[in-house]
Design a protein around this ligand. Structure first.
Ligand code: FES
Length: 574
């Protein structure tokens, strides 16, 4: 290290020639690292959410090896470390319950260790936002390399998409239109390679958003997981990470308000997941940015969806990548994005995509012939959701976007499951299904049950969409006229808690209104008589979460995690 250069953070561990330096170096040498690994070079942490219980991230150990190649090549020293992983399809009661826990793991693992910057390896839905949240709270240089999507699913000669076709097939089986044997065959054809869901679900959405935010190299959002170019990108990410540390470019330098505005617009243009709302709000909260729920509507609602991918359209992530990926999408959006925003590549977003081409105008449409006009998230307000609720109009039935119906209320998920297919359930296609008790506190963890399956007697009438309202989230691969993230949630005493069977509810998306048709006096009386449910979770992380989680309109982060503690640790360990 030249004398005129400021030492890297890791030098506080490894440059000491005393007892402490001996301890820090000596034990690391038991892994076969040579003396020169500790000569003051940048140390790159590789934060890995690999797990066999997170199938979408199961190849991240392999990806990490390519990151290491790049780090060594650039004169850095890579050190891989695990953090808790979140397998969306495996964890109960919901992976979202643990997003904030992983963010704490990431934050403290980075801060406590001799790391100068970090490459974040995530993919499955919650792993990406959790890693970004933690990294933002430390604010050391960071880059993301994502798992990448699975190859397109195949079944009976057709492409099938993760999640989206599960919901479709499941409804068909319930309606008697698909056999159980065919359902089982589709199960094998859907997940044909390593990687994340290959629809525009939450994982793909967040990977594309990472690219839009400028936190990864271009094309990270769409390159298939098994494409050799993803491994080359991992190599280049490792190499670039060493430079980023030398340049001291931090997440707060990249993820500015402008970057978030670009991300909101890209989310609309790609038909991205509603889950991006809670994740971007939580990440912005860690950075202390002035960015709120209404921004999604103000900034993104008028942006057209130009990417024809499931669940809003028909193609899949492989198709999007071969059509040109996020760079081509950005290029087609022209002046709707701020191309001056910086990225971790060392170039602006505009410079990154200056020569991007679109190779398939059906997959990435032109801005004047979009898949859907005004496709961003709509933020609803009204006496049923004083702190807001959201809907993704591009995934909804257009005729239902202005609708009044009678509430059919389910008090919690168990009540819903017990009665939804009951032949005696009093429900008609024009009614509105209302589900309570599925918010951050209530479930706990705000699961993806908001796109509740329709009652069998409705499906048997050939009706496949109804207005549905809940304090839950929905899978990014799901679709329908589904109002989500109602805040405050029922278990926090929001008006949702006191909706009764037969109440009239009006949805008016163009005027952004969600209204419960009872008088203010009646609503006040019902709320005054509401009794909070007895809390059954009395210890451990569940208790911490329930006691401190914020509502969906604030990103459902834990209240004491908002903000940044920097990378400083003042005391030695011995
Ligand atoms: Fe992991 Fe969809 S379940 S990405």
């Amino acid at each position: 290290m030249p004398k005129d250069k400021k030492p890297f953070r890791s030098a506080h561990w490894y440059s000491k020639m005393d007892k402490d330096g001996f301890i820090h170096r000596s034990w690391m040498k038991n892994q076969g690292f040579p003396d020169h690994a500790f000569d003051g070079r940048p140390i790159v942490g590789i934060c890995n959410t690999w797990s066999e219980l997170t199938p979408c991230n199961s190849h991240l150990r392999e990806i990490a090896e390519y990151v290491k190649r790049g780090v060594w090549e650039a004169g850095g020293f890579p050190l891989e470390f695990p953090v808790m992983s979140l397998g969306e399809t495996q964890m109960r009661p919901t992976a979202m319950l643990f997003r904030n826990l992983v963010s704490m793991d990431v934050e403290e693992s980075i801060r406590a260790n001799p790391i100068d910057g970090v490459v974040l390896l995530g993919g499955c839905d919650k792993t990406t936002p959790a890693q970004l949240m933690g990294a933002c709270s430390v604010n050391l240089p960071a880059m993301v390399i994502s798992s990448g999507p699975m190859l397109n699913g195949k079944h009976c000669g057709s492409d099938i998409g993760s999640g989206t076709d599960v919901w479709k097939f499941s409804e068909k089986v319930r309606a008697g239109e698909m056999s159980q044997a065919e359902f089982m065959r589709a199960e094998s054809g859907m997940s044909r390679s390593k990687g994340t869901c290959m629809t525009m679900g939450t994982a793909s959405t967040m990977a594309c958003i990472v690219e839009a935010l400028g936190m990864s190299l271009p094309e990270n959002g769409t390159l298939p997981a098994v494409d050799s170019r993803r491994f080359a990108m991992a190599h280049m990410t490792g190499r670039r990470m060493v430079e980023l540390i030398k340049e001291d470019v931090k997440p707060s330098n990249i993820m500015t308000r402008t970057a978030f505005e670009n991300a909101v617009k890209i989310n609309a243009a790609i038909g991205g997941s509603t889950n991006a709302v809670v994740h971007l709000l939580a990440i912005a909260g860690r950075l202390g940015l002035d960015f709120n729920l209404q921004d999604f509507d103000d900034i993104g609602a008028k942006i057209p969806c130009i990417v024809d991918l499931m669940p809003s359209g028909k193609y899949l992530m492989e198709d999007l990548h071969y059509a040109g990926g996020v760079p081509a999408v950005m290029n087609k959006m022209h002046d709707r994005l701020d191309f001056n925003a910086m990225s971790v590549s060392g170039y602006t977003i505009g410079e990154n995509i200056s020569d991007a081409k679109c190779y398939n105008d059906e997959v990435i449409r032109n801005i004047d012939t979009p898949l859907r006009e005004a496709a961003g998230i709509a933020v609803l307000k009204g006496n049923l959701c004083p702190k807001g609720a959201i809907i993704k109009p591009s995934a909804a039935t257009p005729e239902l976007l202005v609708h009044t119906g009678k509430a059919v209320v389910f008090e919690n998920i168990e009540d819903y499951k017990a009665r939804v297919d009951d032949a005696n359930l009093d429900v008609n296609p024009e009614d509105i299904l209302v589900l309570k008790g599925c918010g951050p506190r209530g479930y706990p963890g705000m699961p993806e049950v908001g796109n509740m399956a329709l009652p069998r007697k409705i499906l048997e009438q050939g009706v496949f969409d109804m207005v549905r309202i809940s304090d839950a989230r929905m899978s990014g691969t799901a679709y329908g006229t589904v109002i989500l993230h109602v805040a405050p949630e029922a278990d926090a005493g929001g008006p949702l808690a006191v909706v009764k069977n037969g109440d009239l509810i009006s949805l008016n998306v163009p005027s952004r209104e969600l209204k419960l048709h009872i008088s203010d006096q009646e609503l006040d009386q019902r709320l005054a008589g509401w009794v909070a449910p007895v809390q059954q979770y009395k210890r451990g992380y569940y208790k911490l979460y329930i006691d401190t989680v914020m509502q969906a309109d604030q990103g459902a982060d834990l209240d004491f995690l908002v903000g940044n503690s920097t990378a400083k640790v003042t005391r030695e360990s011995h």
